[in-house]
Design a binder for this molecule. Structure first.
Ligand code: NDP
Length: 251
């Protein structure tokens, strides 16, 4: 692959926001190369083929990556190192929201994916990010992780329970702040990004009905927000918790 391309790795790229972001970034520039990371290779291949059929200007490839597996992270890091030698943008998008009464299993699984996976993958990829001239890390968080909003009893929008998910995204926000603290010296730009309430497998409802009932939007809008960050339009908000449409969230 031509070395002048911007190399962008997106986790959880086979579905929802990751899928739409893969297309949006590939469509935006012939200089973008998108590495779609999927834990399930069959799902990843299907998504890759669908996006390539839309003939975006940029190029795409696929890599197997389960963010909860150390072996998978190590194998992907090895392959990314030999195939690209650099990561310019890391979009830590893979995430889960489990339903039901909180249990140790639900707590563990949610934190494994939404927090530990992000921390350990980013750590493994640091040498590749350090090779970039303009390294960027986007941690896909959620407004539900805002402690400030949760403690505001008048904030209706935040009435939704989902304590475990909220806790995991609050931890991800702290991780983002720690990453910024450790990485600022070598110029890595880091954001926590809320993609907004959008219809995906994660929200798990009929798209039309969810839009009518709650005003949830399409995940393409979330992807556009990520594109803006990649293109430098939110560079004045590095180390902040931001969202689409120029939004900012309190930590
Ligand atoms: P989806 O369920 O549509 O997509 C999640 C993606 O993450 C899938 O590709 C899934 O793979 C992948 N994934 C899950 N676990 C792992 C893992 N262990 N390793 C690698 N990949 C994994 O959800 P969304 O697109 O809605 O969510 C994307 C991100 O946006 C999440 O971090 C979520 O918390 C966040 N978010 C979403 C909002 C919404 O309204 N939808 C609102 C706020 C934040 P597979 O298909 O194999 O399951």
């Amino acid at each position: 692959m031509a070395s002048n391309k911007r190399v962008i790795l997106i986790t959880g790229a086979n579905a929802g926001i990751g899928y739409d972001t893969s297309y949006a970034l590939a469509a935006a520039s012939p200089n973008n190369h998108i590495i779609m990371a999927a834990r399930n290779v069959e799902k990843g291949e299907k998504a890759l083929k669908e996006i390539q059929a839309r003939k975006p200007q940029g190029s795409l490839s696929l890599i197997q990556l389960d963010v909860t597996s150390d072996d998978s992270i190590a194998a992907a890091t090895k392959k990314l190192t030999s195939d690209f030698g650099v990561i310019d943008v890391l979009v830590n998008n893979a995430g889960i929201a489990m339903h039901g009464e909180p249990s140790r299993e639900i707590l563990r699984s949610t934190f494994e994916t939404n927090v530990f996976g992000v921390m350990l993958l980013t750590q493994a990829l640091l040498p590749l990010l350090k090779t970039s001239k303009d390294p960027r890390v986007i941690n896909v968080s959620s407004g539900l992780g805002s402690i400030t909003n949760r403690t505001d009893l008048n904030c209706d929008y935040y009435n939704l329970s989902a304590d475990v998910y909220r806790m995991s995204k609050a931890a991800l926000n702290m991780l983002s702040a720690c990453q910024f603290f450790h990485c600022k010296d070598w110029g890595c730009k880091i954001w926590a990004y809320c993609p907004g309430y959008v219809v995906t497998d994660l929200t798990g409802a009929d798209e039309r009905q969810l839009r009518i009932d709650t005003g949830a939007d399409s995940s393409e809008t979330s992807a556009q927000g990520i594109l803006e960050i990649v293109e430098g339009k939110r560079d004045g908000e590095v180390n902040m918790f931001i969202g689409r449409y120029g939004q900012r969230y309190p930590w």
